[in-house]
Ligand binder design. Structure first.
Ligand code: UD1
Length: 368
């Protein structure tokens, strides 16, 4: 029996690992698949809700690292995960995405001589000021295998001399979760609860440090929301980082009494998906939402200077909007008044990526 550990830590990791855990069930006599949760995200709404919605089993180990500076968070994951690796002796560690838990777990495993496979490897924004970009570069540099979601990742890894035979274009496990959860959206009451109807509102999320950690930038974004609210209702589920900064910078006044802006706490996966599916369009600075809207053929304005997911712009319904007031307002006006470009869904974003990953792990990596 071989052991594979998949590491999750923050909200966008859960939907990437849930389908892999399900796909490993087929190999339960050959592979013991363990989920390790670092505890980077720990609030019920940022973590447990996703385990329920995605029907994930409880993690085999919970490391309880919590919040902290980047160094603290990374270091705490490394110390705790090293103990798990020494106890469980995995044959392979799977890390996903680009959060601090990803690089911390990869570095720990590699130093113990355990091979690492990076699910969603190879993505590059080119912006080294983003903590996620450092996590991506560093994780890929020490991973033995990369499972990639789009052609740009193959180009990036090849340019960085990653061995070509260890790159596998498998598709997107996040879209596996989307396929899994879409039928359940029918039971979500989130639209009724908030008095919303199909295509009548815009769904917005912002949490990137570059958008919410500077008072002027956050103030500008709230003013843009105020502008848009004159034409459409806005549903705004708030990430804890964003909420804390709105309070600390005393910016609540810009939007507090606006009846067309509906503030919500962070939502579970099914409710969020239901809102995305029925929105007129989406405004975000998230990575995963760019992909989910592409898969749903929903129009998305990504309020960032770069994206590590260019396929969503090249063939999907995503647009990259430089996050300055006049650009965002112009993009909103185009969205409200002009015909919208149709997008296509990348071929292997078909809901079967985790099955492909598990087959490669079992047959080629572990050679069972
Ligand atoms: C992290 C990821 C980011 C991802 C995001 C999704 C890194 C570097 N960043 O950013 O790539 O897009 O998750 O959500 O790994 N907090 C809570 N409850 C929680 C978690 C966090 O209140 O369950 C608060 C804490 O005050 C914390 C702050 O949010 O200091 C930020 O959390 P952190 O995990 O450091 O980064 P995120 O901004 O969530």
């Amino acid at each position: 029996m071989k052991t594979v550990i998949s590491v999750v830590g923050a909200r966008p990791n859960f939907m990437k690992v849930a389908p892999i855990d399900r796909a490993f069930k087929k190999y339960k006599n050959e592979v013991r698949h363990l989920i390790v949760h670092t505890g980077q995200h720990y609030d019920y709404k940022m973590s447990d809700a996703f385990f329920q919605d995605l029907e994930m089993p409880q993690p085999a180990h919970f490391l309880n690292v919590g919040s902290g500076s980047h160094a603290e968070q990374t270091a705490k994951v490394m110390i705790a995960f090293e103990k798990v690796c020494l106890d469980e002796k995995p044959d392979l560690v799977l890390v996903v995405g680009d959060v601090n838990s990803t690089i911390a777990a990869a570095l720990t495993a590699v130093k113990l001589g355990i091979p690492v496979a990076h699910v969603e490897g190879g993505l590059r924004s080119g912006d080294r000021k983003m903590p996620e970009e450092i996590n991506r570069l560093a994780t890929d540099a020490i991973s033995e295998y990369c499972f990639v979601t789009e052609p740009s990742a193959v180009e990036n890894l090849t340019r960085e001399n990653f061995p070509v035979d260890k790159i596998r274009m498998v598709g997107n496990t996040m879209i596996d979760s989307l396929h899994f959860a879409l039928p359940k959206c029918e039971n979500s009451k989130i639209l009724e609860k908030n008095g919303l109807t199909e295509n009548s509102y815009v769904l917005a999320t912002i949490h990137r440090p570059s958008n919410v950690d500077e008072p002027e930038q956050l103030k500008m974004l709230l003013e843009v929301f105020d502008y848009l609210s004159k034409s459409r209702k806005i549903v705004f589920p708030i990430h804890p980082r964003t909420l804390k900064n709105i309070e600390n910078f005393d910016l609540g006044g810009i939007v507090r009494d606006n009846k067309n802006i509906i503030f919500l706490e962070p939502l579970g996966y099914i409710d969020f998906l239901a809102l995305m599916k029925s929105a007129d369009f989406i405004m975000t600075d998230s990575g995963g939402i760019q992909e989910e809207t592409t898969a749903l053929s929903k129009h998305c304005l990504t309020l960032r200077t770069t994206t590590e997911r260019p396929i969503t712009i090249k063939s999907g319904t995503n647009q990259l909007i430089l996050p300055e007031k006049k650009n965002i307002i112009a993009a909103i006006d185009r969205m409200l008044n002009e015909p919208r470009r149709a997008g296509t869904v990348p071929g292997n974003w078909d809901g079967k990526t985790a099955t492909r990953i598990c087959m490669i792990i079992v047959n080629e990596i572990l050679s069972i």
